[in-house]
Ligand binder design. Structure first.
Ligand SMILES: NC(=O)C1=CN([C@@H]2O[C@H](COP(=O)(O)OP(=O)(O)OC[C@H]3O[C@@H](n4cnc5c(N)ncnc54)[C@H](OP(=O)(O)O)[C@@H]3O)[C@@H](O)[C@H]2O)C=CC1
Ligand SMILES: CC(C)(CO)C(=O)C(=O)O
Length: 308
């Protein structure tokens, strides 16, 4: 197994900053943030306050020719992926592992189309309640990174390398045997809670306490379960229950990444959530009324943010 020494991250927002700060602490000389000049000015000159402590990150411009990284972590929003793929080019070598921590079921394949699936590692973060404001990035729980190859009956050398790194950094992880099922499970969660929270402007406590909000979220998630059966990723109704425990541990005043986007006037990942569900619904002849409505409502909220 090759030890992972040179690490690069792209995307120092809620997720990237939380895990990035852990990796910077154990590897200050070999941890770089791929960022253009404007972003670099924020991260390295002014520093970034993460859970009460200010971190100064070493940045490298995407245009700079540099040594290939052993590991590149991708933690951007879905619509930033096309530019991100260009920006990591100078860091990708023959043995680089590209690990996506992005929500959704497609970022890995999109990265793989450019760099080859043999370089890509699947990943998602479960149970983290990271919130990004202009002043600080905070979380009350860091959750668990689920990662691995498509099938993990035994662990590949690459998986062993990332596992060892996370252990050293104190990052909790899980290596599911069937990663596509894990990605779909997280997708179901996001399609449910991210979208309904964005429309209701509801922090986690609303879903923890208000029956009607919870029912809306669950009805939206059930559309994912119906499609998962067709796509052979085999989610079941029982999979709804495993989110209940995680939800109850999230900070009551915490907010989903999509609600944070709406409140900050940023574009959301709605096309990657409801948009994907509506397309898959058409493909399989399954009705997806909750997602059709949420798609239109969230696109309206985005336009209202732009216009009014
Ligand atoms: N927030 C959460 O609790 C969770 C989020 N996720 C998922 O993780 C992913 C990231 O989300 P999150 O961290 O919340 O997103 P944020 O919007 O907080 O952060 C994304 C960051 O990426 C930066 N970025 C975008 N494009 C580039 C680029 N080309 N080069 C360098 N930096 C870039 C943005 O910079 P700038 O602001 O300057 O544009 C921003 O800092 C998403 O897929 C999300 O769904 C998963 C689990 C939980
Ligand atoms: C599950 C949840 C809501 C928190 O980890 C998330 O993934 C997000 O905010 O995007």
């Amino acid at each position: 197994m090759k030890e992972i020494k040179k690490i690069a991250i792209v995307g120092l927002g809620a997720i990237g900053a939380i895990y990035g700060s852990k990796l910077l602490e154990i590897n200050p000389d070999n941890f770089k943030v791929i960022a253009n000049e404007a972003r670099a000015a924020k991260y390295s000159k002014e520093g970034l306050k993460i859970n009460g402590k200010t971190y100064y990150f070493n940045c490298v411009d995407p245009k700079e020719k540099t040594e290939a990284a052993d590991l590149i972590i991708v933690a951007v929003k879905h619509h930033h992926l096309p530019q991100t793929i260009k920006d990591i080019k100078n860091h990708v070598g023959p043995e680089t592992i590209i690990l996506s921590l992005m929500n959704g079921i497609s970022s890995e394949e999109i990265l793989g189309e450019e760099y080859g699936m043999e370089k890509v590692m699947y990943g998602i973060c479960v149970g983290i309640d990271a919130v990004r404001t202009a002043a600080e990035i905070q979380c009350s729980t860091m959750g668990v990174i689920h990662f691995g190859e498509k099938v993990n009956k035994t662990y590949s050398d690459r998986v062993e390398g990332v596992k060892q790194l996370f252990e050293k950094a104190g990052i909790s992880y899980n290596i599911p045997e069937d990663i596509m099922r894990a990605l779909w499970w997280k997708f179901m969660v996001n399609v449910g809670i991210n979208q309904t929270s964005a429309v209701l402007k509801a922090p986690y406590k609303v879903f923890q306490e208000v029956k009607e909000a919870n029912e809306l979220m669950m009805a939206t998630m059930k559309e994912v379960i119906a499609l998962s059966k067709k796509e052979r990723t085999n989610l079941k109704d029982e999979d709804l229950d495993s989110f209940r425990d995680i939800l109850n541990k999230l900070a009551p005043d915490g907010k989903t990444s999509m609600l944070q986007d709406i409140e900050a006037g940023r574009k959301t990942e709605v096309e990657m959530f409801a948009g994907t569900i509506c397309e898959l619904g058409k493909k399989h002849g399954i009705e997806t009324p909750m997602n059709e409505a949420l798609l239109k409502m969230i696109q309206t909220l985005e336009k209202m943010n732009e216009k009014y």
